[in-house]
Design a protein around this ligand. Structure first.
Ligand code: G3P
Ligand code: CA
Length: 239
């Protein structure tokens, strides 16, 4: 089955990384959801991509890590998308787990660069464990040190290795990392047939981000891709 990851939920249809965006993604038939996690000032897991509110609510100055969860829950991140979503706030990971059934593969990206959230790996695994949600989970990060910490805490969790740049032979890098990498998540701009063939020959699944045109998606399918991240999962048939 080809995975149709809703990137930050269905972010063309609702404010990214919010409950409405995740609900929309499931309505559209996404079989996987990607989200980003960070820590609040009081060490709560909050779902958000950016490290500031600049894009989500320009009136709010400061970084995510400067605010407590209670404060964040008073910040509207919906109005910048549309008036229809006025009052929508960033969800905690717990809130997402509450609405995301286990048949949906949940890809949790630890957003550890440029801010390093000391201890986020343990807080994340504790949260998943308390929710009995260690199945059908994929933890990814551009910060491969964070992946190592996850593995040290729980060696059973599948790990996705994110790459922004076109590094030399990432399949060898992943294999030599000693980590339980099950999938390579490359930038779509350099994900071509050969790249996919090498990753697969080394035993990795390949999930490029972010693929938004049907033509591009179909080309990647032809190359043998295992899944894609897209901003509007409704435009792709679930294979
Ligand atoms: O996990 C895939 C993709 O989300 C990585 O890039 O910047 O959208 O988090 P970014
Ligand atoms: Ca992400």
């Amino acid at each position: 089955m080809v995975l149709n990851f809703a990137h930050r939920g269905s972010l063309t249809e609702a404010p990214e990384n919010t409950i409405p965006a995740f609900q929309k993604a499931m309505e559209q038939g996404a079989n996987a959801i990607e989200l980003d996690v960070q820590l609040t000032k009081d060490k709560q897991l909050i779902v958000c991509h950016d490290h500031t509110f600049r894009r989500l609510n320009p009136d709010v100055k400061g970084k995510i890590q400067d605010f407590t969860l209670k404060e964040i829950k008073n910040i509207d991140v919906g109005s910048s998308f549309s008036g229809e979503y006025k009052g929508v706030t960033l969800p905690t990971l717990q809130e997402v787990l509450n609405i995301c059934p286990e048949y949906i593969l949940l890809n949790i990206e630890i957003k550890n660069i440029p801010v390093i959230y000391e201890g986020i790996e343990k807080i994340l695994l504790d949260c998943l464990s308390e929710n009995n949600r260690l199945e059908n989970i994929l933890i990814s990060s551009f910060d491969h040190t964070a992946l190592k910490k996850v593995q040290e805490l729980n060696s059973d969790i599948p790990l996705g290795m994110l790459f922004y740049y076109r590094i030399l032979e990432p399949w060898k890098y992943a294999q030599n990392s000693g980590l339980n990498i099950t999938s390579i998540h490359p930038n779509q701009v350099y994900t071509d047939r050969l790249f996919i063939e090498y990753c697969k020959a080394y035993g990795f699944k390949v999930y490029p981000y972010t693929v938004n045109s049907v033509e591009h998606y179909e080309a990647l399918l032809d190359y043998g891709v295992d899944g894609v991240f897209s901003n509007n999962p409704g435009v792709f048939a679930v294979g």
